[in-house]
Design a protein around this ligand. Structure first.
Ligand SMILES: Nc1ncnc2c1ncn2[C@@H]1O[C@H](COP(=O)(O)OP(=O)(O)OP(=O)(O)O)[C@@H](O)[C@H]1O
Length: 246
């Protein structure tokens, strides 16, 4: 645990920890020893220049990509070593993911897209659809329930994607540039919806962004530089947090 985490979260065990993560794609080193803690209920922004390894870090933490070296734990469980079956289970129940371009299933309506994670988790069709409708309502897109992704605006699609990521009540949500393709008003609506819901449910959010306005929604911000989390930059954030508190 870095000094910054000690100060911000005294005595608290992180929900997800990454230690010394390395990942190379051919000759490109995407991660070169990245370490990070994500605490329960915390909204953590990861910023950094293009190619600094932000998406790769998110993929490793969410169990989508296996690191070449280092460890990722979730609630104490080593998920970098978990079976594909266990990772699939975690992605269905404990983790939610939102990408820059929603990645909704184009053939399904907004309602069916949001109901899908519940069906995959074994919930029956009727209750799944009812709950999906409630989540669309919550994100202000109930009126789009019967539309397919191609018939919605970018902001509407992203709010549907958020509903899909949160509908199962995950412990952690991984959002990779969730507002990157939106204008500023739609971006604000998406971030407000995400932050409000995460706070209410106590969901941890790992938010990747290169936009300072989006990062400002987070409790804490870390910088990734050349595949390593920049501890110096993190310390600045801690000083700022201490100033705000004191
Ligand atoms: N699937 C892949 N195959 C090959 N190289 C990859 C792959 N994914 C990432 N890389 C490389 O790893 C490095 C880090 O990429 P990554 O996408 O993690 O960075 P990023 O900070 O998210 O970038 P951006 O802000 O542009 O999305 C880059 O050099 C990239 O080209």
């Amino acid at each position: 645990m870095s000094p910054s985490d000690e100060q911000l979260f005294p005595g608290e065990t992180a929900l997800i920890t990454a230690r010394g993560l390395k990942k190379a794609y051919g000759r490109a080193d995407a991660l070169r020893g990245a370490s990070l803690d994500l605490h329960a209920g915390e909204i953590l922004a990861v910023t950094g220049t293009s190619g600094s390894g932000k998406s790769t870090l998110l993929h490793c933490l969410a169990g989508i990509v296996r690191p070449d070296d280092g460890s990722v734990t979730y609630g104490g469980e080593r998920i970098d070593r978990a079976s594909e079956e266990r990772l699939g289970e975690l992605r269905r129940t404990d983790f939610g993911v939102v990408f820059q371009f929603g990645q909704l299933i184009p053939e399904l309506t907004a309602l069916d897209n949001v109901a899908l994670p519940l069906l995959l988790a074994g919930v029956r069709r009727g209750p799944s659809q009812q709950k999906a409708g409630e989540w669309l309502e919550r994100f202000g897109v109930r009126g789009q329930a019967d539309l397919r992704p191609g018939e919605m605006s970018g902001g509407q699609s992203q709010r549907v994607a958020l509903a899909r990521a949160l509908v199962t009540g995950p412990k952690a949500v991984f959002a990779d540039e969730p507002t990157g393709a939106l204008d500023s008003l739609a971006g604000e609506q998406v971030m407000t919806a995400l932050v409000h819901t995460a706070r209410e449910a106590g969901t941890a959010v790992l938010l990747i962004t290169h936009d300072a306005r989006t990062a400002a929604y987070a409790d804490r911000e870390v910088w990734l530089r050349d595949g390593v989390v920049d501890a110096g930059a993190d310390a600045v954030t801690v000083q700022e947090a201490a100033r705000h508190e004191g």
